[in-house]
Design a protein around this ligand. Structure first.
Ligand SMILES: CC(C)(COP(=O)(O)OP(=O)(O)OC[C@H]1O[C@@H](n2cnc3c(N)ncnc32)[C@H](O)[C@@H]1OP(=O)(O)O)[C@@H](O)C(=O)NCCC(=O)NCCS
Length: 165
């Protein structure tokens, strides 16, 4: 089941994210702060975080937020599935859940940022498979030779909406 993330999930989700081996310590520290801010104020300000919960076992999460001062542009801040569950369709379910919600909220576009490092090649493939276009590359953004790669998906008009899940 995909459900709203609660404060009780945060420790396990941080642990699960660190255990993927994809993120630097500074990013794991930032995630802890993201959760703290989310429960303190950002949830009320419209940010969204959802958890995949299989009978009490947390398998992953997605965090998405509206881009300030834009017309219905959103960012996917985080999407993570526990390493032992990669490649089983859970990330796809999370992304579809987020997209369905954003369509209901009449979002116009969702942007996703990732790194150009070889380690993130499967991640970039995942976004392309989910119908995202590689939209921009900011060369040497993270460090020399490590670019910021921006993906995006445009949403159709509201009349194209499928019924809510
Ligand atoms: C990227 C991620 C969210 C995808 O979730 P997932 O549940 O593994 O993906 P799904 O099973 O829904 O989709 C599988 C597809 O995703 C891609 N993929 C990305 N990472 C993969 C992985 N570690 N293992 C298997 N497939 C992966 C493949 O293209 C695969 O399709 P294919 O087998 O036909 O090539 C997940 O692998 C993950 O948490 N990775 C580490 C963290 C990360 O990179 N997060 C995004 C930061 S920008």
């Amino acid at each position: 089941m995909i459900r709203p993330t609660t404060p009780l999930d945060a420790d396990r989700l941080v642990e699960l994210t660190a255990a993927t081996g994809y993120f630097r310590p500074v990013e794991i520290k930032a995630l802890r702060e993201v959760f703290d801010d989310y429960f303190r104020e950002e949830q009320a300000a419209g940010h969204r975080c959802v958890t995949v919960d299989k009978d009490g076992e947390l398998l992953g999460f997605a965090y998405y937020a509206p881009a300030p001062m834009s017309d219905r542009a959103w960012h996917l801040w985080w999407i993570v599935v526990g390493a032992e569950h990669h490649g089983k369709g859970i990330g796809s379910q999370l992304l579809h859940h987020a997209e369905n919600e954003l369509r209901q909220r009449e979002a116009r576009v969702l942007f996703i940022e990732t790194s150009s490092q070889p380690r993130y090649e499967p991640t970039r493939r995942f976004y392309v498979k989910q119908g995202y276009e590689q939209h921009a590359v900011l060369r040497d953004f993270y460090s020399t030779g490590d670019d910021l790669v921006v993906f995006r998906k445009l949403f159709g008009p509201v009349s194209d909406l499928s019924p809510p899940l």
